[in-house]
Design a protein around this ligand. Structure first.
Ligand code: KG4
Ligand code: ZN
Length: 356
């Protein structure tokens, strides 16, 4: 436990990004809070692999990971200007995600840790996303964490010790998935979220009054499938879409999705009596969401914190940051570590419950 960790390598491959990053740990205890330095962060995307299919094809994702993993890790080490022997520990994403994809980064991390004789820890992908925001900026805890990505939509209470208690989550689609599917129906290029946001910029947000599912309901769960269906029906109703139709539908959908997220965020802050919220995951890159949450924060008196854009989408710096906390706590994983498609954040199947 007295071991200090100076340089930690993170490896992330839970979906269609292969990422590796070297983090210089700011404090001996390996807190995920600001003070770490991202020495290098390399992300290899697969837009050209999945683009023709309009969505991630799992088998193709893992095959591309096999091709890119050693190069991505080598680039992260080269950009950090270190040799592997200088690493003090390795953190790999264990789940949730596509198992075939996860196994590639994880196996590479295992092999490298074994060769170097350094400790290995498995990291929950969502713990990584939640750690991304404090990499850039310390936030006084407790605060609300809103995690919005392609696979997940959830609200957490981030406790003083850093643990995350689930407050509510989506009952069906993740919000990023809804962005991606609506984009595909509108004929916008993959990846859908950013292209939908671009199309929305020239559309009218009030062109179509789409439903705001669950926004007036109690509790903190989300639902996006009704909204997605309403958009599909509108697209069908209009038939052939002019560019202005695409822009209007995109803008109206984005407005509805953002309203739902802002509404739930406000309720979580109110219910928990907190005045700070951190928003993480790929959809946190959305400009309209950033503006609307800032507006709500100004009205209600809460502060809103986002990671920088390159830490919103999948990356390995966040995995190294979350891994550093586990390494400092003395957690270690062996070569038998497995990958998991699903895993609760507070009861990950590969690890003991978090200590105090
Ligand atoms: O966190 P992430 O990279 O991967 C997951 O863990 O899922 O999130 C990817 C998701 C995708 O659904 C993508 O469409 C969405 O984030 N996304 C966006 C934007 N940029 C990425 N959604 C809306 N607006 C954006 N600007
Ligand atoms: Zn992610």
């Amino acid at each position: 436990m007295s071991q200090t960790f100076d340089l930690v390598l993170g490896v992330e491959s839970s979906c269609d990004e292969m990422a590796a990053a070297v983090l210089r740990i700011g404090r001996a205890e390996g807190s995920a809070r600001a003070g770490h330095e991202i020495v290098s962060s390399v992300v290899h995307g697969q837009a050209e692999v999945h683009g023709p299919y309009g969505g991630v094809v799992p088998e193709l994702a893992s095959r591309d990971h096999v091709r890119s993993v050693s190069d991505v890790v080598a680039r992260a080490l080269a950009e950090a200007q270190i040799v592997p022997e200088q690493l003090d520990g390795i953190a790999v994403t264990v789940g949730p995600g596509l198992v075939g994809s996860l196994l590639v980064g994880m196996s590479f991390g295992k092999a490298l840790a074994y060769r170097l004789g350094v400790p290995l820890v498995g990291v929950h992908h969502l713990t990584g996303h939640l750690a991304s925001v404090e990499l850039a900026e310390p936030i006084e805890r407790p605060y609300i964490g809103l995690l919005i990505s392609g696979g997940h939509t959830a609200l957490y209470r981030i406790e003083v010790g850093g643990s995350a208690a689930l407050l509510g989550e989506t009952r069906d689609d993740a919000v990023g998935e809804a962005f991606d599917k609506v984009a595909k129906r509108l004929g916008l290029p993959y990846p859908g979220g950013p292209s939908l946001a671009r199309a929305a910029a020239s559309g009218r947000r009030d062109a179509v009054e789409f439903p705001r599912p669950m926004v007036n309901r109690g509790g903190l769960d989300f639902s996006f499938s009704g909204l997605k269906t309403a958009v599909a029906l509108e697209i069908e109703r209009r038939g052939a879409l002019a560019e202005s139709d695409v822009a209007d539908i995109a803008a109206s959908f984005e407005a509805a999705a953002v309203d739902v997220l802002v509404g739930r965020a406000r309720r979580a802050l109110r219910d928990e009596g907190l005045r700070r919220i951190a928003v993480v995951g790929g959809v946190a890159a959305n400009r309209h969401l950033r503006e609307e949450l800032a507006r709500a924060g100004a009205a209600d008196g809460f502060s809103v914190h986002f990671p920088p854009l390159d830490l919103c989408t999948d990356n390995a710096a966040m995995i190294a940051a979350a891994g550093a906390v586990l390494l400092a706590r003395g957690e270690r994983h062996g070569l038998a570590l497995n990958a998991f498609s699903r895993a609760a954040i507070d009861a990950a199947p590969w690890t003991e419950p978090a200590g105090p």
